[in-house]
Ligand binder design. Structure first.
Ligand SMILES: Cc1ncc(COP(=O)(O)O)c(C=O)c1O
Length: 400
């Protein structure tokens, strides 16, 4: 969805005003849910004209959306400095696939950071292999290794900062600059920080992807994804999304818009709570590592402080020694943390962190850790009182 002309308000204000064009909202505050497959034309001349005028915000047929989806895409574009438009997809994975399929063709090489979300890796090794694209992985923390991995056929690089399990923080501006200089398209999975904490396009990234199922939805009740890009890549994204028949439900778009309005305040509160809990975990004798880039002294903190203006409630920690059984006892003793995939909802969640089998070029745990320190957990901190969450974790440590 292409950007509407706007004046330059702060992000907080844009979160409130984005997408609320009077022609979409009418006299009410929120754009209503336009449920539509068929769009009707006033006459034959208009029908004939329809296919020729393939533009954002123009009625044609349900697969190109209607004002509810347009309003969400417009609002997301509003909060992504440098974006010419945003495409919506039915999940974050679909958004990653849509971005990759927009820029890659048979014979190309895709470079993926070794800390990437597992289905992202699987997409490179599965779907894209079937379409003739070769995927190679590189050390997330070593820009020189990335540059060395580039070959004549390299066409795109997929980044994730921080990695959503190991929280390894990449130097995105450096990697994006190398990519641009060498003619690669850079795609960042920016679900963790969102443009509120890290305006990716403004830092040199070409395509910024988010799973909206996480913080934008914010209430663990919808699946959606987005990809935003500047002029150079937006048209490509849009063309490929139309060819692939991508569309999201207007009901879900309305839910995502509702979530978006409170994104800033939720991210701020979660981040504060996560920091408090991360600091407390660091003081525990049972904990070997706290992997929270917002925490001073933690891995990735220097890059986070340099490049980011915010974060979220997602971080990991690693037990000192122990085994899978003691970790399971810990998780089962928790009462306030749901056990489940995903993150970014209003409620706290926990899952094990076991990335070792999926790493390709860099080991996990890292070489400089004690080998016994490898049983980790990822926490998604929600909006509960952090004191209650700490008391819950404290109880679980007693069960180890
Ligand atoms: C970092 C990251 N990117 C993308 C996704 C995929 O999003 P979705 O579940 O909406 O497909 C996830 C989901 O867990 C994720 O953690």
């Amino acid at each position: 969805m292409a950007k509407a002309p706007t004046d330059k308000h702060s992000i907080a204000t844009r979160l409130v005003s984005g997408g609320r064009r009077p022609e979409w909202t009418g006299p009410v505050v929120n754009p209503p849910v336009w449920r539509a497959s068929t769009h009707l034309y006033p006459d034959m001349a208009a029908l004939k004209d329809g296919p020729r005028r393939n533009e954002d915000g123009r009625f044609f047929y349900g697969r190109r959306g209607a004002p509810t989806q347009w309003a969400l895409a417009d609002a997301l574009t509003e909060i992504e400095p440098g974006a010419a438009g945003t495409i919506l997809y039915p999940s974050g994975v679909a958004a990653l696939a849509g971005a990759l399929m927009a820029v890659l063709k048979a014979g190309d090489v895709l470079l993926i950071t070794d800390n990437a979300y597992d289905p992202t890796r699987a997409m490179g090794l599965g779907l894209l292999t079937d379409f003739g694209v070769e995927t190679r992985f590189f050390d997330p923390l070593d820009p020189a290794a990335f540059e060395a991995a580039i070959c004549e056929r390299s066409r795109a690089v997929l980044l994730e900062a921080p990695g959503s399990l190991t929280m390894e923080m990449q130097d995105v501006p450096a990697l994006a600059a190398i990519a641009r200089a060498r003619g690669l398209v850079s795609i960042l999975d920016n679900t963790w920080a969102s443009p509120l904490g890290f305006p990716a396009l403004a830092h040199g990234v070409d395509i910024a992807v988010m799973s909206l199922s996480k913080h934008v939805g914010g209430h663990s009740d919808l699946m959606m994804g987005s990809a935003a890009a500047g002029e150079a890549h937006y048209a490509l994204l849009r063309k490929r999304a139309q060819q692939l028949g991508q569309v999201v439900s207007p009901d879900d778009a309305a839910l995502a818009l509702r979530g978006l309005r409170t994104l800033g305040i939720r991210l701020r509160q979660e981040s504060l709570s996560a920091l408090e809990i991360a600091e407390w975990l660091r003081s525990r004798p049972e904990v070997a590592q706290v992997l929270c880039p917002m925490l001073p002294g933690a891995p990735g903190y220097e890059i986070w402080r340099r490049d980011f203006t915010g974060g979220c409630g997602l971080f990991s920690f690693v037990f000192k020694g122990g085994d899978a059984a003691s970790r399971a006892r810990f998780v089962d003793a928790l009462q306030l943390f749901g056990i489940g995939y995903s993150w970014g909802g209003y409620e706290s969640l926990v899952v094990p962190v076991d990335p070792a089998p999926i790493r390709s070029v860099t080991p996990w745990p890292p070489r400089d850790w004690a080998p016994a320190d490898r049983f980790g957990l990822r926490l998604s901190i929600g909006l509960e009182d952090p004191a209650d969450l700490i008391a819950d974790l404290d109880r679980a440590f007693a069960a180890l």
